[in-house]
Design a protein around this ligand. Structure first.
Ligand code: SF4
Length: 213
């Protein structure tokens, strides 16, 4: 079994409820979506083929207990599912970052899924796979990346419509860096008393989004 990888590295978790924890990132190559504000376009193509055994060896050598499988869109490669299962079997705490367009039904139950719902400003709203919402579990998370007030109002509607905060441990609201002022988003959440977690991407604050950090 082989997967196409853009990079494997050790850093601090930059977002989600485990933000700040030392984590190994396995970044799979390829994504069928094209969010206008995507910050990992370098993962759209290229990469190298790795065997599952080689990935496990590298993850072990990097030495963290938390592993995040990300992309690109990891679920675009069918072998992502056995990778996730094997990482769980090896005793790692595993999370999966997925863009919300692909079916999460086959993901190992032990994995903490962090699923995006793409707001209108991403240009990818039409690809949200809404049937995934019924598959969300209490240890999963839903992430909205928001470019403007219109995106915020849409996310607030989705939160209410699907009672997302009742389904998952955390609903995450993030501003698009350089597009929506973080203070504006924070103020809207406070004013509306939304049951969500505001977040900034730690790796951008610490390392200005350098690759491999
Ligand atoms: S789904 Fe993720 S990797 Fe794909 S274009 Fe959107 S932000 Fe980029």
């Amino acid at each position: 079994m082989e997967l196409r990888l853009t990079e494997i590295f050790h850093s601090l978790q930059g977002e989600s409820r485990t933000v700040g924890r030392p984590t190994v990132f396995v970044r799979l190559t390829g994504c069928p979506q094209r969010c206008v504000w995507c910050d990992t376009e370098y993962a759209f193509s290229g990469g190298e083929k790795w065997s599952l055994a080689a990935i496990l060896e590298e993850v072990a050598a990097l030495g963290a207990q938390y592993v995040t499988v990300t992309g690109g869109e990891p679920l675009a490669q069918p072998s992502c599912l056995p990778l996730l299962k094997t990482l769980c079997d090896e005793g790692y705490q595993v999370s999966l970052e997925t863009g919300g367009a692909m079916d999460i039904a086959g993901v190992d139950e032990r994995v903490s899924v962090v699923m995006d719902l793409k707001a209108p400003g991403s240009g990818e709203q039409h690809n949200n796979r809404l049937s995934n919402i019924a598959l969300l579990k209490a240890h999963h998370q839903v992430k909205f990346v928001l470019a403007d007030r219109k995106d915020y109002d849409w996310a607030r509607f989705m939160l209410d419509q699907y009672q997302l905060h009742q389904r998952v441990s955390d609903v995450l609201f993030s501003p698009v860096q350089g597009t929506l002022a973080p203070g504006d988003l924070a103020n809207w959440i406070v004013e509306d008393r939304l049951p969500v977690r505001f977040q900034l991407q730690l790796h951008k604050l610490l390392w200005n989004d350098a690759r491999g950090r």
